[in-house]
Design a protein around this ligand. Structure first.
Ligand SMILES: [Zn+2]
Length: 121
């Protein structure tokens, strides 16, 4: 005898059925989709905050701070969108269009990817 994985009711009929009815199947899949969406949103929020921190510092004329300063501002070094190769710095983490490079001693240099290409061209 099987029980519905959504509501726990007993399932009558085919032994391979997982749900007692269509509404339990929908409820189950909606919940899983919501969890997936929440995890995507959470990551997007962290990426957005990372990018904003770099952009705001640059708008104040700051292009280099210690990693502890970024961490204190809520920056996550675990979240970036890509790695890209830059002539002067090698492989750097990129957050959308913002690039950062962790240097010796924990200083972090950051710049806009497009501006960097303009400079090197
Ligand atoms: Zn059910």
């Amino acid at each position: 005898m099987n029980t519905c994985i959504e509501c726990g009711s007993r399932i009558v009929g085919r032994t391979d059925k997982k749900f007692c009815n269509g509404s339990c199947r929908n409820a189950y899949h909606n919940e899983r989709n919501r969890e997936e969406l929440n995890s995507v949103r959470k990551t997007n929020r962290i990426l957005g905050r990372n990018r904003k921190i770099l952009v705001e510092l640059k708008s104040e004329g700051i292009q280099r701070v210690h990693r502890k300063v970024l961490q204190a501002l809520g920056f996550s070094f675990k979240h970036f969108t890509a790695f890209e190769e830059f002539a002067n710095y090698g492989l750097c983490p990129v957050i959308y269009d913002e690039v950062y490079h962790v240097q010796e001693g924990g200083m972090v240099l950051f710049f806009n990817a497009a501006e960097s290409f303009k400079q090197s061209a």
